[in-house]
Design a protein around this ligand. Structure first.
Ligand code: ADP
Ligand code: MG
Length: 743
């Protein structure tokens, strides 16, 4: 019986991550190193990479990997874009989430592929081409579509998310990640800039790149250790068949990852060890996420292990279309790294995503903009309509109409009439003032009063006009941020160029399809070769079978070598992990030694009891001593019954004190009594002193014979030092307290 597997990947909406590989040319230094040449060969037609091991004998089979597309040293930026990126950006413009990330060893062309040389049109990378694409699309779309484009730029360095568009980037706090069921994981308080043209979005990119370079002492070193994410959100509103405007939101992540080479973690200690452990944490977590997803069997995907994987959660196995560009160098000395990159990329091919169009999400900014614009417009219309009405009253005409429902032409007319009305009013007031001045029969006082009145009316009129102007400016500024299809941006390309562009896209599409068919054929060939063959003689059959056997044997050897390689790699990474673990254990022992010998156990316990782990920030935190909500109400005001007393006191006790009747009610006096040192009493006193000790550790080192004094002090002094110390009591503070107690 054949059992059907309930495979998610077979559902219609699922598609796999597209993986393309690019190899850069040999650079000058590598060329001068020797005649060895490159170790990477590419079959562009089949989308295959063939890797030669420079240390192996010639007889050893070469390693072959197949991808969605491969780009060799002669490949053009434009080709990579048209074939592999353009379809993704088209999807983003249709409301899908999209991600492109470049992965590879430092110096293999990640930044070249993502950004390229901006000034040379031939060498512009994925990001500038995507800018062109997005804004050209908007300029060519129909005028019933409205767009809002926003951009953000951030980097992840040593597991901290930093906003590159924040003006005080250098000393800004690291940002936090948050999750929202609708839009997924996002960065809280991240700056996002509304962009109205290619120029504006390029400016945003420049500002971010500068912030990146300024923060780093060595840009190369920095970029090989940090991940840069450029985020573009395109919101598009279009009237649907139901007559209402629907909003689609496409989010595009353009990611330039840190260099994938192994960072040496061994032999470092303390802060440097922590740093080294963090440098590639995101990258190794990314590897683990890819493995877990590609494996398909593991139920747990460790997205939460790093900031990068959390941010890319949707792009890997979630609601997004993803393209991965793996970059290689052709030099023989980097064989191991190149092989690791290819393996990584090969694994990523198996990840299945479930992209869907983001329709009418609640947090669409475009909707907010539209509402605000409509509100401003209504306000403005109302003002204009009011002045128009007034004018008509002056002119003696009737007015019947509704201010809110006007076409654009009418609106302009209203605007003109309103302006005219203001002008007329001004002229009228001037005239009246003149009349008053010239009136010889009027008293000087009366004249002054009337003139003042007219002056005030004029002032009001001006104020009104100013307010209208301000409102208009605000309205226009708001409206200019929304891009209307085919209106705000003028497309300057002529028909011929457009045709050329279209042809180029068609060719790219064609190439892609051809490659897919070729790959399918290859797979089928292997399977059906046997079925097609009929043998005329035994001899022929033997020959054919021998050939097949040889082929299969070669395959077997390849797979064996592969297994050996993977094993070696596992052993290596296990050794590295063990070494890191040993160093961490040593560090831990060192800390334990200090704690056990120099921090009193009760102090340690108190600190331990107050510590809680915050998984969001991946840090231990101190709980405040006083719960946050009671802090404000507590200890601010003494209850009214206790005014003038150490503690609240009952009416009965008050009367009793006044009468001096019973010693029980002479509470205040107890402080000044000499202590009774007879044995039974000492026992109870000891107890109370002990409990005080735990409250005020550093104050309470008075010798026991002065207990009486000590006691009175404890009455008067609230343990201020402890209540005021909030969540960040440091170990250093404990250290300073230690010598006193240890003596
Ligand atoms: P990465 O960002 O991966 O560290 P870069 O993009 O900075 O690497 O590339 C390193 C160098 O190689 C740069 O000088 C770049 O111009 C060059 N380079 C990379 N890829 C190519 C390519 N496909 N064609 C020509 N030059 C390239
Ligand atoms: Mg780089």
């Amino acid at each position: 019986m054949i059992q059907k597997k309930p495979v998610m990947s077979k559902t219609k909406s699922s598609e796999s991550v597209k993986v393309v590989v690019r190899c850069r040319p040999l650079n000058r230094k590598e060329e001068s190193n020797g005649p060895a040449g490159g170790i990477v060969q590419m079959d562009l037609r089949l989308g295959q990479v063939i890797l030669r091991n420079p240390r192996a004998s010639a007889s050893e089979p070469q390693k072959t990997f197949t991808f969605d597309a491969v780009y060799d040293a002669n490949s053009k930026q434009r080709d990579l874009y048209d074939e592999s990126v353009r379809p993704l950006i088209d999807s983003v413009l249709a409301g899908f989430n999209g991600t492109i990330f470049a992965y590879g060893q430092t110096g293999t062309g990640k930044t070249y592929t993502m950004q390229g040389a901006w000034l040379d049109p031939e060498k512009r990378g994925v990001i500038p081409n995507a800018f062109d694409h997005i804004f050209t699309h908007i300029s060519r779309s129909q005028s019933d579509k409205q767009y809002l484009v926003r951009a953000s730029y951030l980097e992840i360095y040593l597991e901290e998310v930093r906003d590159l568009l924040d003006p005080n980037h250098g000393n800004a706090r690291a940002l936090e990640l948050r999750e929202n069921p609708e839009s997924g994981v996002y960065v809280r308080d991240l700056t996002s800039c509304v962009c109205k043209s290619i120029k504006e979005i390029e400016e945003v990119m420049n500002v971010g790149n500068q912030a990146r370079a300024v923060g780093a002492t060595d840009m190369n070193e920095h970029s090989s250790r940090s991940h840069a994410l450029f985020l573009i959100t395109v919101e598009c509103s279009q009237p649907g068949p139901d007559g209402r405007k629907h909003i689609r939101v496409g989010r595009l992540n353009l990611v330039d990852l840190a260099g994938s080479e192994r960072q040496a973690k061994t032999g470092v200690q303390g802060e440097r060890l922590k740093e080294a452990a963090k440098i590639n944490l995101s990258l190794s977590a990314l590897g683990n996420v890819i493995s877990a997803l590609a494996d398909g069997r593991s139920s747990h995907v460790p997205y939460r292990d790093s900031k990068l994987t959390r941010l890319l959660q949707d792009s890997l196995g979630g609601n997004a279309k993803t393209v991965m560009v793996a970059t290689l160098g052709p030099a023989p000395q980097h064989y191991d790294e190149t092989l690791t990159t290819l393996r990584y990329a090969n694994r990523a091919k198996n990840i299945q995503n479930q992209p869907r169009v983001n329709e009418d999400p609640k947090d669409a900014l475009l909707r907010e903009f539209q509402l605000e614009i409509a509100r401003l417009r209504a306000q403005l219309n109302h003002r204009k309509w009011r002045s128009k009405q007034k004018k008509e009253q002056v002119d003696g005409e009737g007015w019947e109409g509704d201010g809110d429902e006007e076409t654009e032409g009418e609106e302009e007319e209203v605007e003109k009439e309103a302006e005219e009305y203001v002008k007329l009013q001004e002229q009228r007031l001037e005239r009246e003032k003149q009349d008053i001045r010239e009136d010889q029969f009027m008293l000087a006082e009366e004249k002054q009063r009337l003139l003042g009145e007219k002056e005030r009316m004029m002032g009001d009129l001006r104020k009104e006009q100013e307010a209208t102007e301000q409102l208009t400016a605000k309205y226009k500024a708001m409206e200019s941020k929304l891009l209307v299809g085919g209106k705000n941006i003028i497309d300057l390309t002529n028909e011929q160029q457009k045709m050329l562009e279209m042809k180029r896209h068609e060719i790219a599409e064609q190439t892609r399809r051809e490659r897919e068919i070729q790959q399918q054929m290859l797979v089928q060939d292997d399977e059906t070769v046997e079925l097609r063959e009929t043998f005329t003689s035994l001899q022929q059959e033997v020959e054919a079978k021998t050939k097949k056997l040889k082929k299969l044997y070669a395959k077997l050897q390849c797979i064996k070598a592969e297994i050996q390689d993977v094993n070696d790699e596992h052993v290596r990474s296990r050794q590295e992990l063990e070494q890191t673990q040993n160093e961490l254990t040593r560090e831990l022992k060192f800390k334990y030694l200090i704690i056990e010998n120099f921090i009193p156990p009760e102090e340690k316990n108190k600190i331990m009891n107050r510590l809680t782990f915050d998984p969001e920030e991946d840090q231990w935190k101190f709980q405040p001593l006083v719960p946050a909500e009671s802090k404000s109400s507590q200890m601010k005001k003494r209850p009214s019954s206790a005014v003038g007393y150490k503690r609240p006191i009952s009416q009965y006790a008050r009367v009793a004190i006044a009468m001096g009747a019973h010693s029980r009610y002479r509470a205040e006096n107890i402080m000044f009594l000499e202590l009774d040192m007879t044995p039974p009493n000492t026992a109870t006193l000891d107890c109370s002193i002990k409990s005080e000790r735990t409250q005020i550790p550093s104050l309470d080192n008075t010798p026991t014979k002065d207990r009486g004094v000590c006691k009175s002090r404890s009455w008067c002094q609230t343990p201020k030092s402890i209540t005021s110390s909030s969540s960040n009591v440091s170990l250093a503070a404990c250290h300073t307290a230690t010598p006193m107690t240890a003596q």
